[in-house]
Design a protein. Structure first.
Length: 278
């Protein structure tokens, strides 16, 4: 795991670089515009639809009884809002991933590759279109599992652990591909993702744990005061962007180092001269 820790330290230093801090503004503004429009037109209808089903299915009876057992009865009036936010979170994750992949990862690849791995040949084994398609296909699996895990939010520690593991799987698959797509060949990408699957998953899980912070801030703030939802949304989006950029840097350093070692291992050895020949 030394390579994971070394990549982490280098990512921390790069995250503080002025170029990386400025870079976070682009995906943040894109996400803010998209989600501002989406929530303006869809949040209230979604809340109303969920509330109507709570009344029709008498779910308020069960949720109120459960909240009473844990001493949080004051939350019963905002249950539909919380459910709506939990349903929207996967879409926020997808848009953040896509915007980071389109607007930030090329700059991250250039920043890390040119400064620290200039010797690596660029074999262009991936592409932006393939990366976006891969992210969307993996997200379809992600969202199904996410919906299945929603009942775990009744037990917050289990929900945080499950969310971190799910994030770990998603980010390790998507960001390792993005990190290698310019420098590695298609075959090298497959080899590294297979041979380094556990270190990549560890990076993803650690990033996934950090990725739960925006959700906690957003949903926890909505519980405190629903009127602050627009500000909480902006704060959550900003946190998502920062987490994803740091995660991108972490994966980039680790993956390019792994690629460098793979090529050094597979490079043919130079023939030795016959010193006995006169």
């Amino acid at each position: 795991m030394r390579g994971v820790l070394n990549a982490y330290g280098r990512a921390v230093l790069s995250q503080l670089h002025g170029r990386m801090l400025i870079l976070s503004a682009v995906p943040f503004l894109l996400s803010l515009v998209v989600w501002g429009v989406v929530l303006y037109f869809t949040l209230q209808p979604l809340v109303d639809w969920i509330e109507s089903h709570f009344f029709r299915l008498e779910l308020y009876t069960y949720s109120t009884a459960w909240l009473e057992t844990i001493g949080m009865t004051f939350l019963k009036t905002v249950i539909p809002v919380l459910v709506s936010l939990l349903l929207l979170l996967p879409l926020m994750i997808l848009t953040a991933l896509v915007f980071i992949g389109v607007a930030a990862m090329p700059a991250i690849v250039k920043h890390v590759g040119d400064r620290h791995f200039p010797h690596l040949e660029k074999k262009q084994g991936g592409s932006l279109v393939k990366g976006v398609a891969k992210a969307i296909s993996l997200f379809l699996v992600f969202i199904v599992v996410w919906l299945c895990l929603l009942p775990l939010y009744a037990v917050p520690p289990l929900a945080v652990a499950a969310s971190a593991l799910l994030w770990g799987w998603l980010t390790s698959r998507v960001m390792s591909y993005d990190a290698l797509s310019e420098h590695a060949s298609a075959e090298e990408i497959e080899i590294i993702q297979r041979e380094k699957k556990w270190p990549l998953l560890a990076i993803g899980v650690a990033s996934g744990a950090a990725g739960t912070l925006p959700a906690i801030a957003w949903i926890g703030g909505a519980v405190a005061l629903v009127a602050l939802l627009p500000l909480l949304l902006a704060a959550a989006l900003w946190l998502y962007v920062l987490v994803f950029i740091f995660t991108g840097l972490w994966f980039e350093y680790y993956c390019l180092e792994a690629l460098s070692q793979l090529r050094a291992r597979s490079a043919p050895t130079a023939p030795t001269e016959n010193l006995e020949q006169i």
